[in-house]
Design a binder for this molecule. Sequence first.
Ligand code: ZN
Length: 407
Amino acid sequence: MGFPEVVKRIEDLRDDSVQFLSRICSIPALGPENAGIGEMAKYIVVKDEVLKLKPDEIIELPAPDNRVPDGVRPNLLAIFNGRDRSRTLWILSHVDVVPVGELRLWDADPFQPHVEGGYLYGRGVEDNGQALAASVFAVRAVRETAEFAVNVGLALVSDEENGSLFGLDYVLRTRPDLFGPHDLILAPDAGSKDGDVIEISEKHLYHVKFTVSGKQGHASRPDKCLNTLRVASHMIVAIDEALHRRFPDTDTFFSPPESTFEPTKKDSNVQNVNTIPGEDVFYFDCRVLPQIDLADVLAEMNSTAKSVAERFGAQIRIEEFLRSESPHGTPADSPVVIELAQAIQEIYGVQPRPCGIGGQTVATFFRKKGLAAAVWEKIEGWAHAPNERILVDNLVGNTKVFARLMI
Ligand SMILES: [Zn+2]
């Protein structure tokens, strides 16, 4: 039996895959940072479905976490043997979701998924349910009609939305032996509407905190105060201009092609309008092209902020808030990228291009270990938004792409 039978089976299973995705997305799976009780209830349903596929090997790696009632954050790796056992096609998706946000912005209950006009609505249906269901149903369709060419591994992990410490990071720390240099690793957790973008590289992520100290006092006596909001305002403009002047490099491989330096968060200062603030705290979010050294970015911030502080006679403290340097990207000619591009072209008729992004995905954890990982999905782009939805056609199409890689 060949691929046409697999495709036929996937199409026959269309309603089953929508039902499965609806069922798992009716169970909230929020981490403790989001006042949730973890992933266990949803995980049990997912695991049940995977067990029905009779994997050749099941590895459970529960990460201890006493903040949740079950005491663990579950992680599952299910392996299906292929003709060629020397390498494994891994498809990694995450079970956890983000909170619904403002409930009044939703037109329906986020945890009662429903189909309307070709879309399935609900929290988690896109991020990351579509990928999870597609990988499970790709395995099912191949299992029922054909044979796996290589080993296929489904990796279903927790805690992606809050840093992966109890998810992929835990899996890689406890069982680094599971992933080899010849494996094809796919993390379908970001993508584009046309399905024509394969993400293989990411910018450095850098958050820097600035604390300006001056002198608080009555707003009618600025002569006796040192207004830190004024100093901070000058500083933000100066840092913004200095960074863009010093690091103008562009790389069209990335979108956007330049490094970005955005002033974002501003801690609140005084409670009342008639007080001059004596301390102000603000932050920059920087997404820096990988060829730039973050030490140079920090040095530029330091010298610019210091000269503004000196001009006004204020004190400035600069701290690294978050520094996540990107590892080398996945080579554009690595097998996972080439095979994936072929499968996408066959199913969707588009010519995918490898690219880099400013965000960071779980692929970073693999790349830090020197493993080639690709990020791809055809999605509508509703992750984390109210009325999150997927096109059911994409669920079915992506299932075919995954299945194509399996046989
Ligand atoms: Zn996600």
